[in-house]
Design a protein around this ligand. Structure first.
Ligand SMILES: Nc1ncnc2c1ncn2[C@@H]1O[C@H](COP(=O)(O)OP(=O)(O)OP(=O)(O)O)[C@@H](O)[C@H]1O
Ligand code: SF4
Ligand SMILES: [Mg+2]
Length: 672
């Protein structure tokens, strides 16, 4: 459909239209159960409509649960022209595509076409599926069964999206064998090109009025030009980022460069397989790959630790790492030379040759940058660091700031850029976000939450907790939390900052629940998938869920099932992060305090997201318990709690108990 695709309408004032649509008897009220006008939502929709009409940028913040989705969908569908809508996760993408957009489209009667575009790893690849069926290296019986399911699936699906095949778990290793990567896709040379799901999704995205993507895909694509977002950009009139607080981190991932020893080992495996299959007499393939594999393993072994992250200037000049890197480059070059000779024997060998050259170039670039010979544009400083995992080593070049790269992205033809989230500002100050993203001089606005936090919520900071770095801190948290969990009858999230704390807390709570004969089901991160844990949590109605960072954001449990959120420590980033250290360094060189200007705002945003799980509609009630004594004892603590929603505050367990008994007790709790 093209009505909207030509160009967005001339600037005009849509305020009256929006008032009407969001009115108590407006179009939305007929389409959304329980719809009630929310002033923040209506005002936000007006501001977004104005930005869209004027092809401007807008940074728009409104608290969790305000209804931001409708606030941007209404103007986007009516006046957005060609829209790219990017959100934080694939689950949220599906939710927009399957639920929210159809609701709004129907309410408005807007004749817009919509497409969903995910990363290529989500689509079954005919070529790799066929190859795996023929010479698969399947190891488990389970995988054999899954493979059969997948072969059946592609005959009936029209999207090829693995999310449609719930019988094969998303994490099943077999998916790696039946999907493509940018490296292993044959592109136009592929015999299945006409039926290819990746190409189909890309084509549909090109023709649609509204394309729903996720941040990883958006930035992977802008950086690597792989699955089609980059080709969509030129024609897009409106780009909307929901969950926009995640962008600095996601963009950092993709505007950097990473090369890893496991990529080298994967290449070696493919060289051996393809060489033997198509050019057995061309070379002694086992002898060709062996020295490369050995060199890759030796590079990993240069770091004896199990897991470590080091900035390059933390590596001793005498470390075996540097000669091992040279050696790997040399051995890879030797293998590349063999591939050059054999490339014409098969398309797949040619492809290995291209990968070998790319990997060689990346290793070379990293080594050069490390030696100080890299060519780095002004303002684009990079942090060089290594990250060792149990069996691989990654070499990273991470931009110190994504602001220059991202603001360059936004240059060129005028279009509207909308950045929205519940957590972009710290006390109405957007400067941290703006400087991270390079959105200088762009308007930013914040709308108040429709919820009455003073009545609906209580912030409880227990007394007498030890310093957070003390040995038995988690035990002290549990001791303080137990009476509160009893008072709330379960219905609690315990959010921890480390996995170690998750495990210790689980151990202790299990013991205590047994001892005290408390009936609350205990759900622990890692014991089942995230979706499943949440389903069980909602179903139980009295469960306690213990999780780490991945449960802090995007989790939506409405109503009674979640009435208590306990946070063990203020979520400061780990101090050994080399990129963080370099960023703080850079701020301090400019005379700014790295803690105040970087770590603290990041922590506040994390904390607000965690706290945002609690109150999800006008009738929710709940307690936020933050155990960290630094919230009270440190000078910055005040800044933190003042940035949270205006809960009532208390340090008295009795006030918490009264709250759960439903008494609106004023004594001991002060309005903040
Ligand atoms: N005006 C309204 N009246 C009643 N319900 C609404 C209204 N607007 C939105 N909703 C509903 O409120 C819920 C929250 O909306 P939405 O998910 O858009 O919140 P949000 O602002 O994006 O919050 P978060 O930051 O948590 O993502 C949804 O279930 C939505 O259907
Ligand atoms: S074009 Fe690429 S993704 Fe598509 S079927 Fe062929 S190899 Fe797979
Ligand atoms: Mg939202």
């Amino acid at each position: 459909m093209t009505e909207h695709s030509a160009s967005p309408p001339a600037q005009g004032n849509h305020d009256a239209d929006i008032e009407q649509l969001f009115d108590a008897n407006g179009s939305l009220s007929h389409a959304v159960a329980g719809f009630r006008p929310r002033q923040s939502q209506t005002e936000m929709a007006k501001a977004i409509a104005a930005a869209i009409g004027g092809q401007k940028t807008l940074i728009a913040e409104a608290g969790t649960g305000t209804g931001k989705t409708f606030a941007y969908l209404v103007p986007a569908l009516l006046w957005g022209g060609k829209v790219i809508l990017s959100t934080g996760t694939k689950n949220l993408q599906d939710q927009l595509y399957l639920r929210d957009i159809p609701t709004v489209r129907k309410a408005l009667g807007a004749p817009v076409s919509v497409a969903l575009l995910k990363g290529r790893a989500n689509y079954v690849c005919h070529f790799h599926l066929e190859r795996t069926l023929q010479n698969g290296r399947l190891t488990s019986r389970e995988d054999v069964g899954y493979l059969r399911e997948i072969s059946r699936f592609i005959k009936t699906t029209s999207s090829g999206d693995k999310a449609e095949l719930s019988r094969v778990p998303e994490s099943a290793p077999v998916w790696n064998l039946v999907t493509s990567t940018r490296d292993t896709c044959l592109g136009a040379e592929c015999q299945y090109y006409q039926d290819c799901f990746v190409m189909k999704a890309r084509k549909e995205a090109q023709q649609a009025d509204v394309v729903v993507v996720n941040h990883h895909l958006f930035f992977a694509d802008v950086a690597l030009k792989d699955t089609g977002v980059a080709e969509l950009l030129p024609s897009a009139n409106t780009i909307i980022f929901d969950e926009a607080h995640q962008l600095p981190e996601t963009a950092t991932l993709f505007f950097g460069e990473t090369v890893s020893t496991s990529q080298v080992l994967e290449l070696c495996r493919d060289v051996l397989a393809e060489g033997l299959a198509h050019a057995r007499d061309g070379a002694e393939w086992a002898k060709v790959v062996a020295p490369v594999e050995r060199a890759a393993r030796d590079l990993r072994l240069a770091f004896p630790q199990d897991v470590v992250r080091l900035a390059v200037n933390q590596i001793a000049t005498s470390s075996p790492f540097f000669p091992a890197l040279e050696k790997l480059k040399d051995e890879l070059d030797a293998m590349t030379a063999v591939l050059e000779k054999q490339a014409e024997r098969a398309e797949t060998i040619e492809q290995c040759r291209v990968r070998a050259i790319e990997l060689g170039n990346k290793l070379e670039a990293w080594a050069k940058a490390q030696a100080g010979h890299g060519d780095v544009e002004a303002g684009q400083e990079r942090v060089l660091w290594v990250e060792a995992f149990s069996s691989s080593l990654q070499l990273h070049q991470t931009p110190l700031s994504i602001a220059p790269v991202f603001s360059k992205q936004r240059e060129g033809s005028p279009r509207a850029w909308i950045f929205t989230s519940a957590t972009l500002a710290v006390k109405n100050d957007f400067s941290h976000y703006i400087s991270q993203m390079g959105l200088w001089d762009e308007p930013a606005q914040s709308w108040p939450s429709p919820f009455d936090y003073g009545r609906q919520g209580l912030l409880y900071v227990p007394e007498h907790l030890p310093e957070p770095n003390s040995f038995d801190y988690t035990d002290a948290v549990i001791d303080a939390a137990l009476p509160v969990i009893e008072a709330s009858a379960g219905r609690a999230f315990l959010l921890c900052t480390t996995i170690r704390a998750v495990n210790r807390a689980a151990e202790r709570l299990r013991e205590e629940f047994d001892k005290r004969k408390l009936p609350f089901p205990l759900l622990v991160q890692g014991e089942a998938g995230r979706t499943e844990l949440l389903d069980r949590f909602r179903a139980a109605g009295n469960a306690v869920l213990i999780g780490s960072q991945s449960f802090w954001e995007g989790v939506d449990v409405r109503g009674e099932a979640l009435s208590l959120v306990i946070i063990d420590k203020l979520p400061f980033s780990p101090p050994d992060d080399p990129v963080l250290a370099a960023r703080i360094d850079a701020l301090e060189k400019k005379g700014l305090n790295g803690f105040v200007h970087h770590q603290l705002p990041e922590t506040i945003i994390n904390l607000k997201q965690g706290a945002g799980r609690l109150i999800r509609d006008e009738t929710d009630r709940g307690v936020l318990m933050i155990c960290d004594p630094r919230l009270i004892s440190k000078p910055y603590g005040r800044r933190i709690w003042q940035s949270l929603p205006p809960f009532k505050r208390t340090r008295e367990p009795a006030v918490v108990q009264a709250f759960f008994r439903g008494e609106q007790q004023e004594d001991g709790a002060q309005a903040s």
